[in-house]
Design a protein around this ligand. Structure first.
Ligand code: TMP
Length: 209
């Protein structure tokens, strides 16, 4: 399982395409998906979560909805793919819950860890790309696009806290994370992403996985 993470405006979607193209070139069967979402019911929960009209949604309800969507996504999409030997490339996963609901909303990490075990069991991503940039730059980029969703309308401080949690997690798990400087130009980031993926695949293949 490969995941992409980062605050708003980090250029994740463009780099997801780079990863998809590289996996295709390498002949690796994969499924591209996203969170929240990735299955019919999870996509409906996504709509609830992102709707700017739901401004007053309380933090605990938000956290539980994110994990409800994840449970569905895992059951309907991710686990069947992984069990069939298909790689899964997910635009966000549980690191986003630690960053946004933990860092952003201030929910204690232990509560999130509890839900993570409940919903995922032992399942964790094998490789995570973190597209890192200062919240100020990310928000400026996100705000240049039309129609802000409920998260994009959050404050600079919210995203700075989320960024710090991402960086902290990356530091704690250097084997899983590849941190990329998302302030660099898109082509440059793309080259780093491509190389990191090729290195990972080579390592997996030489260890027989
Ligand atoms: P996206 O804009 O990358 O598609 O992600 C949708 C939003 O959902 C994004 O602002 C981050 C947020 N989110 C959480 O708050 N918690 C989570 O666990 C996930 C997966 C996403």
């Amino acid at each position: 399982m490969i995941t992409l993470e980062g605050i708003e405006g980090a250029g994740k979607s463009t780099q997801r395409e780079t990863l998809a193209t590289t996996l295709t070139e390498l002949g690796i069967p994969f499924l591209q998906t996203r969170e929240p979402g990735g299955s019919p019911i999870a996509e409906r929960i996504r709509a609830l979560l992102l709707d700017p009209a739901h401004k007053g949604l309380c933090a605990q309800a938000e956290l539980l909805l994110v994990f409800a969507a994840r449970a569905e996504h895992l059951d309907q999409t991710m686990r069947p793919a992984l069990e069939a030997g298909t790689w899964v490339l997910s635009d966000r996963f549980t690191d986003a819950s630690f960053a946004y609901q933990g860092g952003g909303r201030g929910i204690p990490a232990e509560s999130i860890t509890g839900l993570e075990s409940l919903v995922q069991g032992e399942l964790r991503p094998d490789l995570t790309f973190l597209f890192d940039l200062p919240a100020e730059i990310g928000l400026k980029r996100a705000k240049a696009r039309a129609d802000l969703d409920r998260f994009e309308a959050e404050t600079l401080e919210f995203f700075e806290r989320a960024r710090q949690v991402y960086l902290h997690r990356a530091k704690q798990e250097p084997g899983r994370f590849r941190v990329l400087d998302a302030t660099l130009d898109v082509e440059q980031v793309g080259r780093h992403v491509r190389q990191a993926l090729i290195d990972f695949v080579t390592r997996m293949q030489s260890s027989g996985q």
